[in-house]
Design a binder for this molecule. Structure first.
Ligand SMILES: Cc1cc2nc3c(=O)[nH]c(=O)nc-3n(C[C@H](O)[C@H](O)[C@H](O)COP(=O)(O)OP(=O)(O)OC[C@H]3O[C@@H](n4cnc5c(N)ncnc54)[C@H](O)[C@@H]3O)c2cc1C
Length: 495
């Protein structure tokens, strides 16, 4: 971030804070991100200066994965365990700031703005093996890599993230993104360092708009937005694209234009019958955001199973319940779940792929062997320690825990894994507990974000402001401040 860009972002945030009646100092204090002051002229405090636990113990720690969780935990452990030998096994030369893919889709970031060489981020004093782990063998305390043979460890941190399963939808494959009215903001390739989903979705926004300009309210075109029935990273992103593209049709966004959104019939298709799991945040989306657009229909319990790109037909599995027999003892009807196949023709479709644990973890003794979390890292939801292999910890999207597939969650996993791994190195009880913190900066329109923060117990706002209210200040923070904070603080283990 150069001086000019910094001044622009600082001004935007100050203006936003003023609108909320807060000073910048107050807001940052409230946020507990003292390190953010680094971007405003002060020197950031290091983890040691902040009193984070450290240890002189000697051990070999291997971190697998060089994305958000892998880099941040390597940076934290490097500082906290100076005598440990830390190795990161990560194949990717380029590191992507993935949350930026949504701003790319909105025409506000370019791909170059969300990429950095991983060599700029790898902490000094950490050995980087540029390779992929093929086999986890926790019974022998080793991993097998594709090109560099076996690597032994005393402690292991699994930070592999997740993988997309576009092919889990019959007829779909990543190559179709950007063709025949299909887009998908999620698409990226960490190995090549490309975020084609962002670029293709911005192109899709403009194609959708061009088609809407030719349509009419009485003869609208159809745009489908899907969400799969698997866990996904950034659970709010499917709706971010729904609202931002609709707002773009209203003439907002970087290129402006006439309001043509009523010429588009928007169908949001997902499992379940809620826009957000927590009632506080759901209410805003149902009562304020959806009615504000007026052209969105929620197709509950519709999960995309098949696509015919040539005919532009999407096939959904629709589940619903009907009344069965009356039970006089319980004084209620049995409810019977029914399934039907529903075909919907479309002009444009935004597809969120099913997501699953990476194969190397799922196929190893480290994954949950069965149940709804099958394949995801089998760890304790509080300590982030493996259920069986006590020298194994996890961070980031790979965790098989109920909440938290976001970068913001990984940031909160960081200190927990650091503290607990150090305690394990010293043979002590694990002191730190992850509270389930997850953050979803849900973009409800250009210039407004509902900052939905929550944990295992419910809403967990960091600020004394109604968290369910979409605000300009969160938009300004997200657009201008979070990316530099990610590169300069989070990836350095400083927040
Ligand atoms: C479109 C989009 C929008 C998002 N929006 C937000 C947001 O607004 N806020 C937010 O907090 N988060 C958001 N996220 C989510 C956030 O980016 C992820 O939760 C975060 O990056 C997870 O970090 P991770 O380390 O678990 O995985 P990643 O950052 O994906 O890194 C995993 C790394 O592991 C590597 N790897 C995989 N398998 C192996 C192997 N076998 N051996 C070695 N290396 C391996 C991969 O190549 C990859 O580099 C968004 C993500 C996307 C895609």
């Amino acid at each position: 971030m150069n001086k000019k860009e910094f001044a622009k972002s600082r001004d935007a945030v100050e203006e936003a804070l003023g609108k909320e009646g807060l000073s910048r100092r107050d807001a940052l204090k409230l946020m507990g991100v003292g390190g953010a002051a680094a971007m405003m002229g002060a020197t950031p405090a290091s983890a040691e200066e902040e009193g984070a636990p450290s240890s002189d113990a000697k051990a070999g720690i291997v971190v697998v994965g060089g994305g958000t969780g892998g880099v941040l935990i390597a940076a934290r452990l490097r500082k906290a365990a100076p005598n440990a030998e830390i190795t990161v096994i990560a194949p990717n030369d380029i590191h992507l700031y993935q949350p930026g893919q949504v701003f790319m889709a909105a025409g506000l970031y370019t791909e170059d703005e969300i990429r950095k060489p991983n060599s700029d981020l790898m902490p000094d004093g950490v050995k980087w093996i540029k390779d992929e782990v093929k086999v986890f063998d926790p019974d022998s305390n080793l991993v097998e890599t594709a090109k560099n043979g076996k690597v032994k460890y005393d402690f292991l941190v699994v930070a592999t993230g997740l993988q997309y399963d576009y092919e889990g939808i019959e007829g779909m494959r990543p190559e179709l993104v950007g063709r025949d009215g299909i887009s998908s903001v999620y698409l990226n390739d960490p190995l090549k360092g490309t975020a084609r989903g962002g670029t293709a979705t911005w192109e899709w926004f403009r194609q959708l708009r061009a088609a809407a300009e030719k349509a009419s309210e009485s003869a609208p075109i159809t745009a489908i937005y899907t969400q799969p029935d698997t866990p996904i990273k950034c659970g709010g992103a499917p709706q971010k694209i729904l609202y931002l593209s609709d707002d773009f049709l209203r003439g907002n966004g970087p290129t402006g234009g006439l309001d043509v959104h009523k010429n588009v019939k928007a169908l949001f298709c997902k499992k379940g019958d809620k826009l957000f799991g927590l009632p506080e945040y759901n209410k805003t989306l149902v009562d304020e955001v959806t009615p504000m657009y007026g052209n969105i229909t929620d197709k509950w319990n519709h999960v995309l199973r098949k696509i015919d790109p040539e005919k532009r037909i999407a096939t959904f599995e629709h589940t619903y319940q009907i009344k069965g027999e009356y039970d006089p003892d319980l004084e209620e009807y049995d409810m019977i779940t029914k399934r039907e196949t529903v075909e919907i023709g479309y002009d444009f479709i935004h597809i969120v792929p099913p997501m699953k644990a990476v194969d190397a973890v799922a196929d190893s003794p480290l994954g949950w062997p069965k149940g709804t979390a099958k394949g995801w890292l089998a760890c304790d939801r509080y300590t982030l320690q493996h259920m069986k292999y006590k020298n194994v910890f996890g961070i980031g999207d790979i965790l098989g825990i109920p909440l938290g597939k976001t970068g913001g969650s990984a940031r909160h996993h960081g200190p927990v894994v650091q503290e607990n791994l150090i305690a394990a190195m010293e043979g002590k009880d694990l002191p730190a507990k992850f509270d389930g913190y997850t953050v979803c900066p849900l973009k409800t329109q250009y210039g407004k974000i509902m900052l939905a923060e929550f944990n295992y117990d419910g809403p967990a706002p960091s600020f004394p402001l109604d968290p369910a209210k979409p605000r300009w200040i969160w938009w300004a923070f997200d657009l201008y401040m979070l990316k530099p904070m990610y590169w300069n603080l989070m990836m350095r283990g400083l927040m």
